[in-house]
Design a protein around this ligand. Structure first.
Ligand SMILES: NC(=O)c1ccc[n+]([C@@H]2O[C@H](COP(=O)([O-])OP(=O)(O)OC[C@H]3O[C@@H](n4cnc5c(N)ncnc54)[C@H](O)[C@@H]3O)[C@@H](O)[C@H]2O)c1
Length: 437
């Protein structure tokens, strides 16, 4: 056994602030309330249902993750958040149309109490949306200050011990790093100057990090993933995770692609298309928001296949991703993948995947797990990018100069080894020679 890291116990209430109270957020909130009341089970959540093997295979030690590391209990979570629409969580959940009215009605009073605070929003960054519940301020610095006040008010009003923030807002237009993002000083100057390169999501990220609060990004926009905010997170001790929840089609991709590569099967083409009818689909129908999503979805295969190491197998891969807004489907997305592969002597084969999934049902347990693990990271003194949470994201944040790890199985091993490390348990390498001595 190695030395365990110092972790503060999860005492008192944890405030989980969600930016954007749409389909993903309300499915997360309603789910936690329903599980708390014993109305349903938290399927899909590693923190609630997962186990972790400790020591040798012969020892039979596999505790639940939540019994192994000190995580906040679902009973101690208090939800709050922002949206550009005034609907409370009950109304918003009904609009999202993910969960049945029969379930929502059993938790209606609790959902109705969660009313979104006025948002920081600018249509330039999300063109397909507009709403009335929006803050006014002379410049972006002032707006960020208003967000910090919301955070402090929420904490005091509910007697919260700790906080976490997760961006579950709409996907913003495609932006790349600019000089305003280069350092904390440049960023703060740009806030004052209302610089266009700072979208709304960055103001939320800045407010959270400035307050020393863990921050995660469920969407693909840059948000906290710029040098200025990474630097600030180191200074204030905020753990960070993102970007873009790995659900649906990309989840399948990061399961199937490592398998094909493991058996050295070549891939000539991977065509992915989706139909999606929720508000997220509507926002992504705008080419500028879609571009942000497309970049996030496309990078996965390049990293998993490593065409530079395996040019014969993957260098000519043609990877196409499409999302089509199709209202009749609502949140029930349908994805089709056609994969053109080749094997021994170059003989071609095809693989088809047709995934009829529920987007927010796949996303909600990730939001919960990310919030609880980030809170654990904060109590363990871990600041900045939490690469061990890559498991949950399409475009995992990673240190400059490192390539991101996309293989779901390596990501899970990394996550569990991080928990073992925190508790001073031996890391599991799967070498296992000792069983045959
Ligand atoms: N559902 C999934 O499986 C999944 C997977 C990966 C990523 N995501 C991303 O998560 C995000 C949320 O998805 P969703 O399905 O809940 O979408 P949604 O449209 O139902 O909800 C987004 C909410 O954010 C609000 N919003 C937008 N800008 C805001 C701002 N500046 N401040 C406050 N609120 C704001 C909108 O009004 C809306 O209510 C999207 O960016 C989506 O791309 C979802």
């Amino acid at each position: 056994m190695k030395k365990a890291q110092k972790i503060t116990e999860a005492r008192g209430k944890l405030g989980v602030m969600l930016v954007g109270m749409g389909a993903v957020s309300t499915t997360t909130i309603a789910g936690v309330l329903a599980v708390r009341k014993g109305l349903a089970k938290p399927f899909g959540s590693l923190t609630q249902m997962g186990t972790i093997r400790l020591g040798k295979r012969t020892e039979g030690r596999s505790p639940r993750i939540k019994d192994f590391v000190p995580l906040a209990s679902l009973d101690d979570i208090v939800f709050g958040g922002w949206d550009i629409f005034e609907d409370d969580s009950y109304e918003a959940a009904k609009t999202a149309g993910v969960l049945d009215a029969a379930l929502l009605d059993q938790i209606k009073p609790e959902l109705q109490q969660i009313r979104p605070w006025p948002a920081v929003f600018d249509r330039r960054y999300v063109k397909r949306l507009d709403g009335p519940n929006v803050k006014k301020g002379a410049n972006k610095r002032e707006l960020a200050e208003q967000l910090r006040e919301d955070i402090r008010r929420f904490k005091a009003a509910n007697g919260l011990e700790r906080l976490v923030m997760v961006w579950c807002g709409s996907t913003e237009i495609y932006l790349t790093e600019s000089p305003a993002h280069a350092s904390v000083a440049a960023f703060e100057k740009a806030l004052e100057a209302n610089d266009d390169s700072i979208p709304s999501s960055m103001l939320y990220a800045y407010a959270a990090i400035k307050e020393g609060i863990p921050y995660a990004n469920a969407a693909p926009n840059l948000s906290a993933d710029v040098p200025a905010l990474l630097q600030l997170a180191q200074e204030t001790g905020s753990p960070l995770a993102g970007k873009d929840l790995k659900t649906g089609q990309t989840l399948m991709k990061t399961m199937v692609a490592p398998g094909l590569k493991a058996r050295l099967l070549g891939v000539e083409g991977w065509y992915s298309t989706n139909i999606l009818g929720n508000r997220d689909g509507e926002v992504l129908d705008d080419p500028e928001s879609f571009k942000t999503k497309e970049e996030s979805k496309k990078s996965v295969l390049d990293y998993i296949f490593q065409p530079d190491l395996y040019p014969d197998l993957y260098q000519k891969l043609c990877h196409v991703v499409r999302i089509n807004y199709y209202p009749p489907r609502g949140d029930n997305k349908e994805g089709w993948d056609n994969i053109d592969i080749f094997g021994w002597l170059g003989y071609p084969m095809q693989l088809k995947i047709n995934f009829l999934c529920r987007d927010s049902i796949l996303a909600a347990p990730i939001v919960l797990d990310t919030a609880l693990f980030l809170d654990l990271a904060g109590r363990s003194g871990m600041a900045g990018i939490q690469e061990w949470l890559s498991f949950y994201f399409k475009s995992p944040m990673h240190a400059a100069g490192l390539y991101p790890e996309h293989d779901l199985f390596i990501q899970l091993m990394k996550l569990k080894n991080t928990l073992r490390y925190l508790r001073g348990e031996d890391l599991i390498t799967h070498l296992g020679l000792e069983y045959y001595d």
